[in-house]
Structure formats: C-alpha cells, structure tokens
Design a protein around this ligand. Structure first.
Ligand SMILES: [Zn+2]
Length: 391
C-alpha cells in the first residue's frame, strides 16, 4: 500500500489502531473465499496485468470499503496500474449488521432514531465537531431501545448471515469499478446496458423524457454505479453454491435490497452533518428499480437453467400461446412475486421508519459547536471512549 493511502487511513479516526493485511488465516467472515474469486476474475478477464492486489482490514468510524490504485506513469502519459489495495472497513460491516438487526426485529421509529443518533455522533466526531457529537450522544441516551434485553437468536443469526452477503456485494461492486478503471468493460456491452437502464427508468418512474435526460446528463456516474451493482449480483448468483453458509436466491435479493437502503442512510448522514442536503432519493430509486428488475432476471435464469438450452427453447416454440401464457403466470406467481413482495416491504420499511426527516431531526436537535472553540484533546478522548461504548 502506498505510504500516502496508508497515512490517510491511519490518520482517520480509527476505532482500532491498526490496518492489517488480510491473509489466509484472517477471521474475516466471507472475505477469504471471495478474495480468491476476485483475483481469478481479474486475471481471467485479462492476462496482461502484472499488478498485485492486496486486501487490508481497517476499522474506522468513516465506514468505507474502498479500492485504491497505485499508478505507474508511462511514457505516453497514460497511467498504468501498479498495485491495487482493497480496504475493507470492519466497522461498515458491523454497522450493516446492526441495521439488519433493527430491520429483522421490526424496530420502531424511536429505535431507529436512537441508532441514527449513534451514527450522527460518529460523523460529527470524525469532522472534529466534538461538542456536536457529545450533544448527539446526550440525545442518544435519552432514547431507549424497545427491544432491549434478549434478541431472538434465530433472527440475529439471519441478520449476520445477510451481513456476510452484503459485505460480498459491496466488495464485488467496488471491484467492478476496478474493471472500469482497467478498461475491461467493452463499450458495446456498456452501451447496451445504458439503453436498457434508460428503458427501465422510463417505464417505472413518473419522470418524463426531458427530466430523465436532464438527470442523466447531471449524474453520469449512475450508469457505472448500476453496472457495478449488476456485476456484483451476477457474481453472487454464480458463487452462491461455493459459499460456506447455505443461501438461496431470495436471501441474495433481500440482503442486497437492504444494503442499498442502508448505504444510502450512511451517505445521507455523512452529507447532512456537513449541512448539505443532497437529494439522493432519485439515485436510490433508480438503483432499486434496476436491481429489482435485474435480480428477478437472475432468479429466473438460475432457477430455470433448462429453459436456456436450445432444445428447451425449440420445445417452447412449439407450445401454443395459451400454454405460454399459463406458464408465464405460474412463473410470475411462484418465482417473481415472492421476491418482489419482499423488496417492496423493505422499501416501505425504510420510507416509513428511516426517512431523511429522521436524520435531519436528530441533527437539528443537537447543540451546535461554536466554530471559535477548539475542542480539547481531553474532550476528544472522552468522546471517543463514550462512542466506543454505544450500541
Ligand atoms: Zn460504486
């Protein structure tokens, strides 16, 4: 890892004092088997690379899993990748697990508000606004979790197993950005993908053509983001049987849908504590819409593999239209509907219980730090110690 990146992470407000390179003996759930898959994918995609990929584990309040590149300048001024460092933030995983627990235990608005107070306090602390952080902690302590005491064991196990899937989804998504960086995504494939995404947007939103065009021209990254989501979903569906834990397709769909909402909550909090109210809702809707369609397609493809053989296709061609219609109905009821219902209930939960207003509410109610006051080291230490104890 380059010294610059190392210093950057080292100097961020770490919860633990070190960054560790992951090796075969690491205990990080799910990551080892995935590291191998990621390396193979990249090497299969192209054999011309001679850079190395390292996986690092960090544990910071900033909750970021990222990929960094070290570049080797070449004579023709196009930078070549020298090495890739994948930094996996354990605390991001832990936070997603907590949000999963809240979801599966059907947490109330007040429960969610309490957890949001914790997340907001951490963000203030990372920005050096210790007084705001302390004030948010006070708010946190004034609220009580409704499901305090015993958590249901089976539900908690489910939450943890979903967290492992989410960790893989995030890593694969970030890894896909690496494929873009290496120009491994062909233009024709990406253009085809873009066209389809625009169709999904047109068919599923009330936005008119001009609004969609405007949004796209201002948010060019949305295509890459959705593409990276699709890559992650595809790989997860492929490797589902190689994972230690046994999962079904529904688990993948549900855990990814949850993580999209949860990552947006974290993103919103990061922006809101800086006083920025960027509107991520459209981005969320587009990623969600796309994933709902794409994941259903993947479920179909993987659960009906025989349909994709040419022989089965020929058999289908001889079916009457009535046959096909009744088969389609059965398929929708048995295969698509259960996933869609699940995704809708996740979306409803987050719209009702963890809305933007809830986050803004918490932030508005905190005492603002006078900018002329530099918080002392002593106060920083105290705040850090308290933050480490919040659950
Ligand atoms: Zn991304």
């Amino acid at each position: 890892m380059s010294q610059k990146i190392f210093d950057k992470i080292k100097n961020s407000k770490l919860r633990t004092s070190n960054i560790v390179r992951l090796d075969q003996n690491s205990h990080l759930y799910a990551i080892n088997s995935l590291a191998g898959i990621l390396k193979n994918t990249l090497h299969e995609a192209s054999s011309k690379f001679d850079f190395k990929i390292d996986f690092w584990s960090s544990d910071t309040f900033s909750k970021n899993t990222k990929i960094f590149f070290s570049l080797r300048p070449t004579a023709d001024e196009s930078d070549e990748i020298k090495s890739v460092d994948v930094i996996v933030d354990n605390y991001l995983t832990e936070t997603l697990n907590a949000l999963n627990l809240l979801y599966f235990h059907k947490a109330s608005i007040s429960d969610n508000k309490k957890y949001i107070c914790k997340l907001v306090a951490e963000e203030f602390f990372c920005l050096g606004l210790t007084v705001n952080a302390m004030s948010t902690i006070k708010k946190y302590t004034s609220l009580k979790y409704g499901f305090q005491g015993e958590l249901d064991k089976e539900t908690s196990r489910k939450a943890a197993s979903y967290t492992a899937l989410q960790q893989m989804f995030i890593l694969l998504h970030e890894f896909s950005h690496l494929l873009f960086k290496c120009n491994l995504i062909s233009d024709s494939k990406f253009n085809w993908f873009k066209e389809n995404l625009i169709i999904i947007m047109k068919e599923n939103t009330s936005a008119n053509e001009a609004e969609i065009e405007k949004y796209i021209s201002e948010n060019k990254k949305i295509f890459e983001e959705c593409y990276c989501d699709s890559f992650a979903v595809e790989v997860l569906f492929e490797i589902i049987n190689d994972l230690e834990e046994s999962y079904n397709f529904k688990d993948i769909c549900e855990s990814i849908a949850l993580s999209i909402h949860q990552l947006h909550i974290l993103e919103r909090i990061k922006e809101a504590v800086k006083g920025r109210e960027i509107d991520l809702s459209l981005q969320l809707i587009i990623r969600q819409l796309f994933l709902n369609t794409f994941m259903s397609m993947q479920c179909f493809k993987h659960s009906k593999t025989d349909l994709f053989s040419s022989e089965a296709f020929r058999k289908q061609v001889t079916s009457t239209e009535k046959d096909i219609m009744s088969q389609t109905d059965v398929f929708i009821i048995n295969t698509i509907a259960p996933y869609t219902d699940n995704l809708i209930s996740i979306a409803n939960y987050y719209y009702n219980k963890v809305t933007n207003e809830l986050i803004l509410d918490v932030i508005k109610s905190t005492t603002t730090q006078d900018e002329t006051i530099d918080s002392s080291d002593q106060l920083d230490d105290l705040c850090f110690n308290i933050l480490m104890q919040l659950i």
